[in-house]
Ligand binder design. Sequence first.
Ligand code: GPW
Length: 835
Amino acid sequence: KWPRGDEKTWKEALRGVATDEPAITKAIVNHVQTSLARQPHNLDELGAYQAAALSVRDNLIVNWNETQLHMTRKAPKRAYYLSLEFLMGRTLDNALLNLGLKNKYSDTINKLGFNLEDLLDQERDAALGNGGLGRLAACYLDSSASQELPVWGYGLRYQYGIFQQLIAPDGQQLEAPDPWLQNQNPWELPRLDVNYEIRFYGHSERLEGGKAVWSGGQEVLAVAYDVMIPGYETRNTNNLRLWESKPKRGFDLNSFNAGDYERAVESSNSAAAITSVLYPNDHTTFGKELRLKQQYFWTAASLADIMRRFKNLDKPITEFPDYVAIQLNDTHPTLAIPELMRILVDEEDVPWDLAWNITTNTFFFTNHTVLPEALEKWPVPLMEQLLPRHMQIVYDINFAFLQAVDKKFPGDLDKLNRMSIIEEGFPKQVRMANLACIGSRKVNGVAELHSELVRTTIMKDFVELYGVSKFANVTNGITPRRWLDQCNPGLSQLITESLKIPRNTWLKDLYKLEGLLEYAEDPAFQRKWAAVKQSNKQRLAHYVETTLGHKVNTNAMFDVQVKRLHEYKRQSLNILGVIHRYLTLKAMSAEERKKVNPKVVFFAGKAAPGYYIAKLIIRLIVNVARVINEDPDTKEYLTMFFLPDYSVSLAEVLIPASDISQHISTAGTEASGTSNMKFCLNGGLLVGTVDGANIEIAEEVGENNVFFFGHLTPAVEGLRYQHSYHPVPVEQKSPALATVLKEVSAGRFGDPGVYEPFLNTVRQHDYYLLTDDFESYIRALSMVDEAYQDRTEWIKKSIRTAAKMGKFSSDRAIQDYAQEYWNIESVKLGDVNGA
Ligand code: GPW
């Protein structure tokens, strides 16, 4: 029965999605006139982008609304992806492709006197993440929606995303804020009616039966903003709910009335501060109170929301895990575990043991690193003050847990010490990884090698306690929609033509790319393949010319390393290798040089603002580039660029243009890596260490199609021991590297003395094994040069590489989570009105 008013009146007026050109034109112009209050004569590209985006937003809202209604009616089990970072990038292009409306929009916008590609460039990236961990979350949302899975993301709506990187004249990184919400954001829906009060501080009083009452302190309001996540070629449109913090009331009226205006405003400022900025640290914990506040604010709001949705189902609380699965993206949301316990025990009157049973059947925990500096710990005094009830709960969980350990391994005090959630010391600390593991059904790493390292190193004791089946692997993936179809339309089109299947077929089943293998030997196909790469190289060259004012030789090999600056990722090895190449070129005669394969090396990546050595490496890269790009003897053969302000959008230009990319972490340190998959999917080859997902990429494409070098993971520990106790001078291990270090030290690239702190990390402890891997690295690069000389063979490798990337679709990864972890199924929205 029609719920309200006259059915016919409603039905005639209810808009569907604007899918034909006249409707699209009308929608855009309507937004120009009304939403933007502008006229054709004063409409600039930004305005035209906004009007187009608002019209697409209208379509998404219709689909989103119907999806949510449909899901509520069907009431399937849902999964929630809790992540402090969602590195979404731009939305308009992706939304148009997913809706299948790109061509129509392009034509319409032409008629309105603009160019769609230019309008797409007006959009600011949504950069609510640091790097791989945040971009993975974004790819997973795309795959969940595309496969019609009932998955929501939960995160924070930071006012400022990852900082903008500037390069000062002396080569140093400078940071500027990223006010990404300055122009209104068409991709979110404020839901001011969806809000929760979140408590901090105060005190907790224990009652009988394990319960407690937490009261007093400060309350802050969490307000929902919903970001629509369209699926590819489906009307299903999922939700990413981001929380914004606000003062509970405008300001503290008591202080205000008492004339203490400053105090009144201060407390309102401190509430707003919680979601003001993304922490720009990657792989390091910072121990700051505001960060802990962010974590609790976000997990508490998300759980309250999840609990409210569950309660609407009217099911017994014991069925919570039958309707809810929660994936913890790293340890950042671990407070969700004690928070769910608090809700169940204190608010829902569930007995402790039953509550624990529900909790441990709800959560799943993904670990993304084994680096010790990234393992989160929070000081007990800070937790006690900010979250007194949660600290009690953690102690209670720990007490029962240690009893169980002691029962299984009687008298093993060392083991108890290692496994305890509380680390003894001054101050005591809460080990979040231990808590996350103890409170979850399953723990997974993000590539085979990494998951094995999780089992044998940081979680070894837990494997002995729980058995190995709790510890599994889901190899990361990337969405082929953004990372091939969107960023490389030329290649996408060539693939569709050649496979002779519709584009949407292989984009939804990436294993279909294997069909390209039969063309690897076909000269006509090889030529087309190479032509696409060439035009992508020209696109990148154009970008470099317009941003840095430098001409780029597109006939040279493009060698790319783009990722966060980190010692373990070894951009240092790359820059020292470039210097070695430069010195070698300088030592050659002009005749000899002519035989050299010309190469352009690209770097991009941000360093955490407080990471001194990483910033020094950027400075070195920039200053080396300055010297070699101006050297008339060598610049035909070797140039180098550091592209400032790396972002998702810049990655979309860089990745399709690469001939070879570098993934050269010290073995055992890069959990997976995901850009390696993106480069290969776009027909770039890979030079790398035997680490992370590089290994599985090589398994797929064959070892003869990747360039591996360096020591293997089992050797690393021994080499580090040797560095500490039996150091061998660099001159002996690698004379070539010793020369490079000497030249840098002597000021060949400016600033003598400035780079000493970095050089010392190599000369002294060399924790990341540059001195051990340098020689084999240089050999690997020579093999790359040699292979590039035979261009036909190279193109074959490129085709074979892309053809074997099926495994690395995030669709596969999400299916793995859906089936092996969450136990959820697709719920497809019908074609018309949610039927
Ligand atoms: F330290 N990753 C990241 F594990 O981008 F938390 N930031 C981080 O802070 C961490 C991990 C953390 C990355 C891994 O380094 C990379 O290897 C992996 O591919 C990616 O997470 C997604 O799993």
